[in-house]
Design a protein around this ligand. Structure first.
Ligand code: C2O
Ligand code: CU
Ligand code: CU
Length: 471
């Protein structure tokens, strides 16, 4: 009689231990199933700081950019040696108004040489920051140029020949916002970091210790298993139920991206690489090759759910956590800007460029890059039509984003047909699928030596680049 309650208690105790054990195993299995190889928690999207103008003169913006090494922790418990501008990874946003002069003091605090290129900027060759403008370790380079082109989202990154890919992979890149009277007046979201947010999307691989794994194969750079958005792994962003403007840059070295929302909602593209389109273009997904940008506006005001996902292919790029009541209804402006068409009749020269790659190696017009050779001579002020072909065979086929320095172009045709609506604005990078042919028209406003190349950075580093001289 005395033992019974004891046995009962211990039986009860064992039972509880058993239940607890089963529960813990269940939890453990759940955690294992949920566990992500990279991080187990979601992180608030990093919003790059806007750099402060050092010059009180309203006609001039003056910035200091320090290329430096740093450390990040992308992988839980891992340490990633990185490179960044004024920080550990990526760089601040540089703002400039059309009509202002821009001066940037670029300091190289890296243990190696670098350069700094203003991708998409219409400027003289000496300020372009291409492979000829090496800044040795410890050195400084201070270009100054007039910004006179429409409002746009441009970017900056190093361009040191044969080391562009690795330096960008380690974190050297940042955005430039050009604003003008049109961008200030349009009824579109413009609160930086609130409803006008930059999204620099990049793919990366990591070693077990958390270091970047920059792995070249015969085929090129191994696709990254992890997406970084503004340097954030598994990012989320708290957004109000209102229109949201996203400035998307494919900042990856080698991979194309296809963005859409998980509920397939439609959004409007309002800008291409070099500025606003004439009218917004409704779409459900947008394709971006390395170096390309779009600005889109997506209206969250009708979203009933708490969460919306920006997808890249089948993976989540960014989780939007929606808060608050639906905002006032908004419609995208019917017209955005005027993009005066460049007239083919004005073109004085036609040139052809054939892009060909065999895995990592590639050529343009049969030639691999040679810094000592000028490939094309261009007359200052000329309008030209460039026909670019991606000559791919069954054995060797890759898309290629073709990029031209120092000017913005318009696409006259793609495979003989007018370009898609989202490509009928200013562009500086155009993607060519295997077999594609595009006709580009452009004007050359500034003298100097400039590059044209494939913007898959490993193709560029391994030869798919040429130079033209404007004089
Ligand atoms: Cu993004 Cu040669 O440049
Ligand atoms: Cu460029
Ligand atoms: Cu390429």
């Amino acid at each position: 009689m005395e033992k019974k309650p004891k046995a009962g208690r211990s039986f009860l105790g064992m039972g509880m231990v058993l239940v607890l054990g089963v529960f813990l195993i269940f939890l453990g299995v759940r955690m294992l199933l949920d566990e992500d190889p990279v991080v187990s928690s979601k992180n608030p999207l990093r919003i790059p700081p806007v750099l402060e103008d050092q010059d009180p003169d309203p006609q001039v913006v003056s910035y200091v950019l320090k290329a430096e090494t740093g450390t990040m922790s992308f992988v839980e418990g891992g340490r990633t040696p990185t490179m960044g501008y004024n920080g550990s990874f990526l760089g601040p946003v540089l703002r400039v108004n059309r009509g202002q002069e821009m001066q940037v003091q670029v300091e190289n605090h890296l243990p190696e040489s670098t350069t700094l290129h203003w991708h998409g900027m219409d400027l003289p060759g000496e300020a372009d920051g291409g492979p000829h403008h090496g800044i040795p370790s410890g050195g400084t380079w201070t270009p100054r140029f007039l910004v006179d082109q429409p409002a746009a989202t441009l970017w900056y990154h190093p361009h040191f020949h044969r080391n562009t890919g690795p330096q960008v992979y380690q974190g050297l890149a940042g955005l430039i916002y050009i604003e003008d009277a049109i961008s200030e007046a349009l009824d579109i979201p413009r609160d930086y970091g609130i409803n006008d947010i930059p999204l620099v999307v990049q793919d990366r691989n990591f070693t077990e210790a958390g270091e970047f794994l920059y792995e070249l194969t015969m085929m090129g750079l191994r696709p990254g298993e992890v997406l970084l958005v503004n340097g954030t792994v598994h990012p989320y962003f708290e957004a109000k139920r209102e229109p949201m403007r996203l400035r998307l840059l494919n900042g990856s070295n080698f991979e194309d991206f296809r963005f859409r929302f998980d509920d397939r909602r439609s959004f409007h593209q309002i800008a291409s690489d070099g500025g606003f389109l004439e009218a917004p273009v409704a779409m459900e997904e947008v394709y971006l090759s390395p170096g390309e940008r779009v600005e889109i506006v997506v209206d969250f005001s009708d979203a009933a759910s708490e969460q919306l996902l920006l997808m890249e292919g089948d993976r989540i790029a960014l989780e939007f956590r929606l808060t608050g009541e639906p905002g006032a209804s908004w419609t995208v402006p019917e017209t955005l800007a005027v993009v005066p068409p460049l007239e083919p009749g004005q073109a004085s020269v036609r040139r052809t460029f054939v892009m060909e790659s065999m895995g990592l190696q590639g050529t343009i017009n049969g030639k691999a890059f040679d810094m000592g050779r000028i490939d094309e001579e261009v007359v200052l002020g000329a309008t030209e039509i460039w026909t670019v072909t991606n000559s791919a065979t069954m054995m060797h086929s890759s898309g290629h984003p073709f990029h031209v320095h120092g000017t913005q172009f318009q696409i006259l045709s793609r495979n003989g047909a007018p370009p898609a609506l989202g490509e009928r604005g200013w562009k500086d990078t155009v993607h060519l699928q295997p077999g594609d042919e595009v006709e580009l028209i452009m004007q050359f406003h500034h003298p100097g030596v400039f590059m044209y190349h494939c913007h898959m950075l490993e193709h560029e580093d391994y030869g798919m680049m040429g130079q033209f001289r404007v004089q």
